[in-house]
Design a protein. Structure first.
Length: 472
């Protein structure tokens, strides 16, 4: 029989249980305590009356909606009823109108402040072995979400030009900064899908303060911009991006570092961008020293892809080409994180009917996502693996099973936390390098026709006895 050692996960979980008996909670669990939320309210200047739906209770119910399989407001109120009943507190009104009004009163700035606070706090506790050669890597990627087709949502986030009025959904663009080490959302920006200064680069300029000296930006080819690289380099931030499709790499030029690995100089474009003032243009450096290297990716089908990666990590001894190539391949984690948010946490189709509530709903998803990532980071620390080696969806399922423990309230989960972390730590992902699946589904959708006219017009035709979508 194998003996349990002092360094085994079981003994570490027992040690964790002893720590919980002596402390209020682990550091990342204090992120959304009553005191923390109250301090965040004071920081943004928000004042509230003492009532049942305080900011802390309202935020907790909002998060329970995001984490629950049934995200309805009625279910959130029912969970609050049980919470109060277990503590011999008076019942609240069964109607959800009071809770909906409390959500409207919840400051938008509070939700986004907590997104940044939770993400940063967990990111700063990452073990050195989770970093890239001792440096923090932050991934940037964008996506879109849709929302109910209301007049206010359409005014703030217009639908696609290719869709007729009344047949589409308002679309918002979201740009997210992820931590590569622990997977948390460090910051995000939301804007319309179309219009002037609504692209990913425009949103990224709102998030540059998220990067500190010594960080590394990991992004796709869309962020291979002279202006972005120059601004980040001036702030002491290095970049690893794919070469933009409008640029070509000629490895016969420049200073050679290795096979298909060289250092070249980019010259500042002569045309001033529309979003940049002349003074800002003149302040930009006249040249940039850039390293280009070719990365070959070969999958199980023996198909090889050649990618040219651009980076400001010029020292080939400290940052070999193989290490940079491996780092760039981890950019795919941003796609997986966005899929986790949109598909697994159902953020792709929002439920809010006003732009302010849409932004708060997005922030609530990001806070809940960060809490899950915080649990995964703590479980990975005990299991002595990297957080990326654990299953996010497995963690979500475990959290939902412990839903009655109120994850947003540290005082209520001290007894369940060791078992919760142990279950999350057991759900490790199997190694599946170069996994490839067909982008197709086997199950056929129900044969409903598409709505090709406004819903009101279709209903009027039905009232006249002419069903526009009945089969002949």
């Amino acid at each position: 029989m194998v003996q349990s050692t002092a360094s085994s996960p079981r003994n570490q979980f027992q040690s964790l249980r002893q720590r919980l008996e002596q402390e209020d909670a682990l550091p990342f669990l204090k992120l959304l305590s009553r005191t923390t939320v109250a301090a965040a309210c004071c920081r943004i200047g928000h004042q509230w009356r003492e009532r049942i739906y305080t900011p802390w209770i309202t935020l907790g119910m909002f998060l329970s909606q995001v984490l629950a399989a049934d995200p309805s407001c009625d279910q959130a109120v029912d969970r609050l009823q049980k919470y109060r009943n277990d503590r011999n507190l008076p019942k609240v009104a069964a109607d959800s109108s009071a809770y909906c009004e409390a959500r409207c009163r919840l400051p938008e700035a509070l939700a986004w402040d907590l997104v940044r606070q939770t993400g940063q706090s967990i990111h700063q506790t990452a073990k050195p072995s989770w970093l890239f050669r001792g440096r923090a890597v932050k991934i940037v990627d964008g996506s879109t979400v849709i929302m109910p087709d209301t007049a206010r949502n359409q005014a703030a986030y217009p639908q696609s030009r290719t869709q007729a009025p009344g047949l589409g959904f308002p679309i918002a663009r979201i740009l997210v900064v992820f931590s590569l080490a622990v997977g948390t959302v460090l910051d995000a920006a939301v804007g319309p899908y179309k219009g002037k200064e609504t692209g990913e680069l425009a949103l990224f300029r709102k998030l540059t303060s998220q990067f500190q000296r010594g960080d590394i930006l990991l992004a796709d080819r869309f962020f291979c911009s002279y202006w972005q690289i120059a601004a980040l380099q001036a702030a002491g931030v290095d970049v690893v991006v794919r070469l933009h499709q409008r640029r070509t790499a000629d490895f016969r030029r420049g200073r050679r570092l290795g096979q298909e690995d060289h250092i070249i100089t980019w010259t500042k474009p002569e045309q001033v961008p529309s979003w940049m003032t002349r003074a800002e243009y003149d302040a930009m450096p006249a040249t940039l020293t850039i390293r280009e290297l070719r990365v070959r990716v070969q999958d199980k089908t023996k198909r090889a892809r050649n990618l040219v990666v651009v980076t400001t990590l010029l020292n080939a001894k400290d940052y070999p080409a193989k290490a940079i190539g491996h780092l760039y391949r981890q950019r795919w984690h941003a796609e997986l994180d966005l899929r986790a948010l949109k598909t697994h946490m159902k953020m792709e189709m929002l439920r809010a009917k006003s732009p302010a509530m849409v932004r708060k709903e997005i922030a609530a998803h990001l806070i809940a996502y960060n809490l899950i990532r915080g649990l995964m980071a703590e479980a990975a620390r005990v299991e002595q693996v990297k957080p990326r080696a654990l299953s996010f969806m497995g963690a979500v399922h475990t959290v939902r099973a412990f839903e009655e423990s109120h994850l947003y309230d540290p005082s209520q989960i001290a007894s369940d936390l060791p078992r919760l972390l142990e279950l999350i730590g057991e759900k490790c992902l199997t190694e599946r390098p170069d996994r490839s699946e067909p982008r197709a589904v086997k199950r056929r959708p129900k044969p409903h026709p598409l709505l090709t006219m406004r819903r009101g017009a279709a209903k009027r035709l039905i009232e006249r006895g002419r069903h526009p979508y009945n089969k002949a």
